[in-house]
Design a binder for this molecule. Structure first.
Ligand code: BGC
Length: 761
């Protein structure tokens, strides 16, 4: 306790000085003071205590990894007592974090406070939509706010570190974790990464309601081969530098305090033992000054990759490669001190890691007040408060994408209609929570059935149709999809027969996407397609609400069903959000952050593919880049999404035709709301670098703006392009801006064809 008193005195002094200056000065001053304190502390630490700071233990239950062995909890307590634990994850509740923090602060020799990490991915208890859905809003302000709500709740529960945002770009909808990211595009993905980091970390890390964020998974996890979880990654430099790394760099520039490495290898070197990624790029070229945590036991997995022959070698490889903290791997704690004593690992490597970890603890203000996040009254008051429900509802509505609306079937009329609501998912209060919801209550989502019931002017009848799944799906097991029990189809057909409009809620269960959930088939799971077609036969007036954590291949539906709404998994307020959109109380404006394929064989399919030698069929023969059995185009392109109103683009202008590399290119376009509703449109700007020293994509998103327009209103929208948007990375990772001709395209999605040309000289 004495030691802590010492820290309190020191910190009061820091506080005193910091109060006398503002903003940047304060930050710089703090970091100078921290550095001194860190060095003093380091000088007192034994090698084992240093390794302790690099050790992250799971709370005493299983979460996303192997269950700890018997007696493990006892060992962990012993290690805590010795000061051999720097951080914990999955400890729920401010009482529990307080108890463990007290242990660290009062019972250990140096009293260094713990970090408490948690997967606060799209909310803590009150859940917003899954990240891929939020990304469909293209609304950076809303995304930041959603992360703010998540941080507010998590911090009230004792958490000071989230393992989010996942900024892995992916072009593979088979991979279950696309639900956790920002989609397929590095430009959009970078903007979203920044919004999320800002939302979690806020302006001031020492505030009680801000937590540190983690950019994960460094790097290239989104490119695992065949979308198969935990698989190998082989990508070229062009993809690495231009597609994979930019969102990480953006998160770093936004001040993210930690990075998490990954379960994959990159061209033969596992990410956790990858010196090139961690030391050369992240801590070298980018000068990242936070710390790197491993993924769950991923250091240990160097053994299974066949790179390390035992834990000792794994510890050696990871520590020297720049992994600062071992998550639940027991590798550092077991081996690292001995490696130092044997002269195999230089102690400066430990110092380098520990400095970074301690710095973040100082920044969070944990040395001032280790219990700042542990207040049970605050926890009770803040978690689940009404303003959070309002915020996640708002985010949910903004995330919905209208895919089809033939003959303006939507919005639904509010009076005098007979509506049949069909589908197991329509009455599901668990699936909409998605798969990352470790702190929320199961079965706590508003169902679509309940959301629809709030509109009382129509007659609503509900039929499940068929069971999508059997039993109660969980976070750790495969969903048991029903493929045989057709009971219920006939009832659904009978109900549909008498309805004016049929709303069918079909798709994936929330536990069909997420970690460990790769699918090789992106059709509607189970018997849902059969149900859809049976109902269609008796009443084609169908609104299909899709729920899924990834793009689905819904060819038949696209061809036959008049209205389709992409409803993802929208979190706690799912039912209200869907109902308000279906009834037109909210006009959808979401745009797809990932391409929807026609079939799995097209994957990877993405809008910013590279030019190829034979990209089009000029000779009218088979010798061009295509498939014989399906067209090259996707089912729905990146950036696509409709509104209840319609928009017209005119008058695309560039301020000049020729520019020097230093000049800013100014682009403007007129957007008019031509329909009968007020609405919002995401105006998208794409470029094509026509000739370059390395092959460039046929199109690249380089600007977007979410614009609200009253009906009949026209607005002039302006964009600027400069070096940052016009350049690219060569295969050595050098950023180049090359002279030559560029095309720009402005429009409503990645098929934008309003075009202009300029030259860079
Ligand atoms: C995931 C990480 C997550 C960690 C802790 C791992 O399985 O890959 O993204 O943060 O578990 O739960």
């Amino acid at each position: 306790m004495k030691k802590m008193q010492h820290y309190f005195t020191v910190c009061l002094t820091i506080l005193f000085f910091s109060c006398s200056s503002f903003g940047q000065n304060t930050k710089e001053q703090n970091s100078i003071t921290y550095e001194k304190k860190i060095e003093e502390l380091l000088a007192k630490m034994t090698v084992e205590e240093k390794v302790g700071q690099m050790n992250l233990y799971n709370g005493f239950w299983d979460a996303t990894g192997p269950v700890p062995k018997k007696g493990n909890a006892k060992t962990k307590y012993e290690h805590l007592k010795k000061g051999w634990v720097g951080a914990m994850l999955n400890v729920k509740g401010s009482d529990k974090t307080r108890e463990l923090q007290k242990f660290a602060v009062e019972e250990t020799r140096l009293g260094i406070p713990l970090l408490f990490g948690f997967d606060v991915i799209h909310g803590y208890k009150t859940l917003s939509p899954i990240p891929l859905a939020e990304s469909a809003s293209w609304d950076l302000e809303a995304i930041e706010k959603s992360a703010r709500v998540a941080a507010t709740e998590a911090s009230a529960a004792g958490i000071n570190w989230t393992f989010a945002p996942m900024v892995d770009i992916s072009r593979d909808a088979r991979w279950g974790r696309v639900m956790e990211g920002g989609g397929e595009d590095p430009y959009l993905g970078s903007k979203i990464a920044v919004a999320r980091v800002k939302g979690f970390q806020g302006e001031n890390l020492s505030a009680k309601n801000t937590i540190i964020a983690t950019a994960k998974h460094f790097a290239a996890y989104g490119f695992i081969e065949a979308g198969k979880e935990y698989n190998t990654v082989s990508i070229g430099n062009s993809t690495l530098y231009n597609t994979v790394l930019p969102p990480f760099k953006a998160a770093k520039d936004a001040g993210v305090r930690s990075f998490m490495n990954a379960f994959n290898d990159l061209n033969g070197i596992p990410a956790s033992t990858n010196t090139f990624l961690q030391r050369d790029i992240l801590k070298g070229k980018w000068n990242f000054n936070g710390f790197v945590v491993s993924d769950w036991a991923s250091i240990n997995e160097a053994i299974f990759w066949g790179q390390a022959k035992d834990k000792k070698e794994a510890a050696y490889l990871a520590a020297t490669a720049g992994s600062d903290m071992d998550m639940e791997g027991y590798v550092y704690i077991k081996e690292l001190a001995n490696l130092v004593k044997d002269g195999k690992v230089d102690e400066t490597i430990l110092d380098h890691a520990v400095r970074r970890i301690l710095k973040v603890k100082f920044e969070l203000g944990l040395f001032d007040d280790p219990y700042k996040y542990c207040n049970e009254d605050r926890e009770k008051k803040i978690i689940g408060q009404q303003s959070h429900h309002n915020a996640v509802l708002d985010m949910a509505k903004k995330s919905i994408v209208l895919l089809k609306n033939q003959n303006q079937l939507l919005p639904l009329q509010k009076e005098g209609k007979k509506i049949a609501l069909i589908g197991h998912l329509a009455d599901d209060d668990n699936s909409p929570l998605g798969s990352w919801r470790l702190a929320s209550d199961d079965h706590s989502a508003v169902t679509i059935l309940d959301g629809m019931k709030a509109y009382k002017g129509n007659t609503l009848s509900y039929e499940k149709g068929v069971e999508l799944y059997n039993g109660n799906p969980t976070f750790v097991t495969e969903v048991n999809i029903n493929t045989t029990n057709r009971k219920g189809i006939q009832e659904a057909v009978e109900t549909a027969k008498n309805a004016d409009v049929v709303v069918m809620v079909l798709g994936e269960h929330g536990f069909q996407s997420g970690e460990g959930r790769t699918r090789t088939n992106l059709d509607l799971p189970g018997l849902q397609q059969e149900l859809l077609e049976a109902v269609y036969k008796v009443n084609p007036n169908i609104v299909l609400v899709l729920q899924a954590g990834r793009p689905l291949a819904i060819n038949w539906a696209k061809e036959h069903i008049p209205a389709i709404v992409m409803g993802w998994q929208l979190g706690t307020q799912t039912g209200n959000a869907i109902a308000q959109v279906l009834y037109g109380d909210y006009n959808p404006s979401g745009k797809l952050p990932m391409t929807f394929p026609r079939n799995v064989g097209q994957i990877p399919i993405y809008y910013n593919y590279k030019s190829t030698g034979r990209g089009s069929n000029t000779q009218n023969n088979v010798f061009w880049s295509h498939y014989s059995d399906v067209e090259n185009t996707p089912l729905y392109p990146f950036g696509y999404g409709l509104s209840y109103t319609s928009f017209q683009y005119d008058n695309l202008q560039i301020n000049k035709l020729k520019f020097s590399k230093e000049e800013t290119i100014k682009i403007s376009v007129d957007l008019t709301n031509m329909g009968n509703y007020d609405g919002k449109e995401v105006v998208q700007l794409y470029i094509r670098d026509k000739f370059a020293s390395t092959v460039r994509p046929v199109k690249e998103l380089k600007g977007f703006e979410l614009v609200a327009l009253k009906r009949g209103e026209t607005k002039n929208i302006n964009f600027e392009l400069s070096k940052a948007e016009l350049g690219f990375y060569n295969n050595q990772g050098t950023f180049l801006v090359e002279e030559g001709e560029f095309e720009i395209f402005v429009g409503t999605d990645s098929n934008a064809d309003l075009k202009a040309i300029f030259e860079l000289k």
